[in-house]
Design a protein around this ligand. Structure first.
Ligand code: ADP
Length: 173
């Protein structure tokens, strides 16, 4: 059986050029590619699930990547993969630090649902240090994140962080 469809799951809080690079390359192997954004109430995110979906869609449009469906999911990824009829799970690998966690997740997913292949894309050197957390941190200190995220994401980040600052100052923090 040839695998032609895949799901790329993650928090995407927010999407960065590192994620986009993986999407671009995964799209070459999997004509049908879905980005699945996790709505995990136990993990605190800067953006809500609805915002992350909107930001991701806008970023893909901005960089000219079309035909990629953006969905949200809660619970087990393999259930979401089953529901959407895909056959592979795409993840990106940066440094060694990603490996242990990704290895554990891939083996767990295989135990749960052996029909799905996990496929890993090695980061591009330029993005090996790039994470959503770093981007949020740089932006929160007023740094320019243009090299890390598309313009629409940068704008959303600046607005959100300004909103948070206003909330904090009105709460007298
Ligand atoms: P999660 O919270 O599930 O790790 P992320 O949104 O942080 O979600 O990342 C989703 C996937 O994208 C993960 O497999 C992660 O390793 C990968 N990824 C994130 N940033 C990069 C990058 N700069 N280069 C390559 N892969 C990346």
């Amino acid at each position: 059986m040839t695998i032609t469809s895949a799901i790329y799951p993650g928090s995407f809080d927010p999407i960065t050029y590192g994620h986009i690079d993986i999407v671009r390359r995964a799209k070459k192997l999997f004509p049908r590619l879905l980005i699945a954004i996790v709505a995990n109430p136990n993990k605190s995110t800067l953006f809500t699930i609805e915002e992350r979906m909107k930001i991701t869609e806008a970023a893909l449009a901005e960089v000219g990547l079309d035909g990629i469906q953006v969905i949200s999911y809660a619970g087990l990824l393999v259930n979401c993969a089953k529901e959407h009829g895909v056959s592979a799970i795409v993840r990106g690998l940066r440094a060694n630090s990603d490996f242990d966690y990704e290895f554990q997740m891939a083996l767990t997913n295989r135990d749960l649902a052996p029909q799905f292949e996990s496929v890993f894309f090695m980061t591009a050197g330029t993005y090996s240090f790039l994470s959503s957390s770093i981007v949020k941190e740089v932006c929160s200190y007023g740094g320019d994140v243009s090299a890390f995220v598309p313009e629409s994401v940068k704008k959303a980040l600046e607005e959100k962080l300004a909103e948070k600052r206003a909330e904090r100052s009105s709460a007298g923090e």
